[in-house]
Every structure is written in structure tokens, then in C-alpha cells.
Design a binder for this molecule. Structure first.
Ligand SMILES: [Zn+2]
Length: 257
């Protein structure tokens, strides 16, 4: 099983989440290296098939700067969710993302970077921004997760829910991604963080009528070669699902499972 910590695994998680979009658009020919570079969200097909044009120094100077298209702000799903403006220092790029299909799954992750103990808002916001820039550096349109839960018990908006996430290899369609800040192979989630994770998962289950049988951790996806969300969060998550979330599952669970 692939460990899920440190920068390497941070990148791996990012790469895994992104391959889906490429596959959907038929860019298998890009190969493994190309997929890692252009992961997450498809690039413009016309651009990839074109022979590069010569670029002259004076033309480079004349070229207008590439502007990111800023998507209209989406209405927040829940009042308790902190706005992405509170942490994000850059816009998302809609042309690099796919529209979200109706949500059918919820997946819980950790960020898998170095251990993180801070509970304050400023440190938490900075950590989320690090994740976003890491994902953007892979060519993705935004942070790959839809929600982020910090150690102080805050839930932050990540990638707007109108866009498909990038967090589980080949399984991003209709899959809501939730990331808990920290590395839970090396630390334990805080009580506040666990409670907030439970709150957002339960709220999403109710809003989108997602049965508990479709609430998973990253490592529970078939074929997922990852230890995400780490040993301690996995243990807590399994208990949370059995004890609390199962009681809140929609009545149609058996029929839809
Ligand atoms: Zn993960």
C-alpha cells in the first residue's frame, strides 16, 4: 500500500485525482509523464495537436498577459462553511475543470504533508493555500478538494461544488472531496476537526441524499493505492461512519447501494 505522506505523496494524491479528467477526454496518448504534468483538468485539445509556432523576442513582448478567467462566485452551500476568499490567493481556472455531475459519493482525505498542529485561522488558511498552489502547479484548475476541515474545527470552501473535483483516481465524477488538514499517519485529528468533518459529511449526505454506503475514505476506493487519510483518521472515520453517519443515512440507502 502506498504511503500517503510528505511532498511525494502530496503530489501523488494530486496526480491520482487528475487522471480521470484526462481519461475522459481521451488524452491517454499523453502517457504517464504527460498525465502528471497536465493532470486534473484537461488541456485545450487544439493546443496539443498544433505544431508550435516560432516565437520572436519582440512578439513575446507584445503578447498580452495570459489572464485567468474568474468564475462567478457560487452561492455557498452551508452557512457554517468559511468562504474561499479567506484563504485563496488565486482564482480557479474554469477552462481546466469539468462541470460537476450530480453528487453521489463523498470521499474523506488528509493532506498528507508534514504534521500540522496549528488550530488558528491564519495558519490554517496558509496551509490550504499551499495545497492549492501545489495542485495548480500540476496544471489543475484549482485545489482538488471541495471542502477543507482544519484542526480548529472550521470547514472551508475549496473547489466550488459546481466543478468536478480532482482527488480520487478515475473516480472524480459526482464525488465530493473533503480534505482534513494534517498527516494522520504521523498525528491524530483534533476532536474539533473530527466533529467538523462529521458535520460537513452529514450536511452533504442530507443535501444531496447520499447514503452512508457511498461515504468513503480515499483508501476505500477500489484500486486506490494510498494510505490516505492516514491510520488515525481512518480509524476515527470508520467509527464515525458506523456510529453517527449511519444513523443519518437517507432512507433510500438500501435501494441505492
Ligand atoms: Zn487522498
Amino acid at each position: 500500500m502506498q504511503p500517503h505522506n510528505g511532498q511525494f505523496n502530496f503530489s501523488l494524491d494530486a496526480a491520482l485525482g487528475g487522471v480521470t479528467a484526462l481519461t475522459r477526454r481521451g488524452f491517454l496518448a499523453l502517457g504517464a509523464v504527460g498525465a502528471l504534468v497536465a493532470a486534473g483538468c484537461a488541456t485545450n485539445p487544439a493546443r496539443t495537436s498544433k505544431v508550435p509556432e516560432p516565437i520572436w523576442p519582440d512578439e513575446v513582448a507584445k503578447k498580452p498577459p495570459v489572464r485567468a478567467t474568474v468564475v462567478a462566485k457560487s452561492p455557498k452551500d452551508f452557512k457554517f462553511v468559511m468562504d474561499r476568499d479567506g484563504w485563496s490567493r488565486g482564482p480557479c481556472i474554469p477552462s481546466l475543470m469539468n462541470p460537476m455531475l450530480p453528487p453521489r459519493y463523498i470521499t474523506v482525505h488528509h493532506d498528507g504533508m508534514s504534521p500540522f498542529l496549528a488550530k488558528d485561522q491564519t495558519s490554517s488558511a496558509a496551509r490550504i493555500e499551499i495545497i492549492r498552489t501545489g495542485h495548480r502547479s500540476k496544471g489543475w484548475g484549482d485545489i482538488g478538494y471541495h471542502y477543507v476541515v482544519d484542526r480548529g474545527g472550521r470547514v472551508w470552501e475549496g473547489r466550488a461544488i459546481q466543478w468536478q473535483g480532482a482527488h480520487v483516481k478515475n473516480c472524480n465524477e459526482g464525488n465530493i472531496g473533503i480534505c482534513c488538514l494534517g498527516n494522520f499517519d504521523e498525528q491524530s485529528p483534533s476532536p474539533e476537526q473530527l466533529k467538523a468533518c462529521e458535520t460537513i459529511v452529514a450536511a452533504l449526505m442530507a443535501k444531496y441524499r447520499i447514503p452512508v454506503s457511498r461515504v468513503r475514505s480515499h483508501q476505500e476506493w477500489s484500486g486506490a493505492r494510498t494510505a490516505c487519510p492516514g491510520r488515525s483518521l481512518q480509524r476515527e472515520f470508520v467509527q464515525m461512519r458506523a456510529k453517527t453517519l449511519a444513523c443519518k443515512s437517507v432512507p433510500s440507502d438500501a435501494a441505492r447501494a
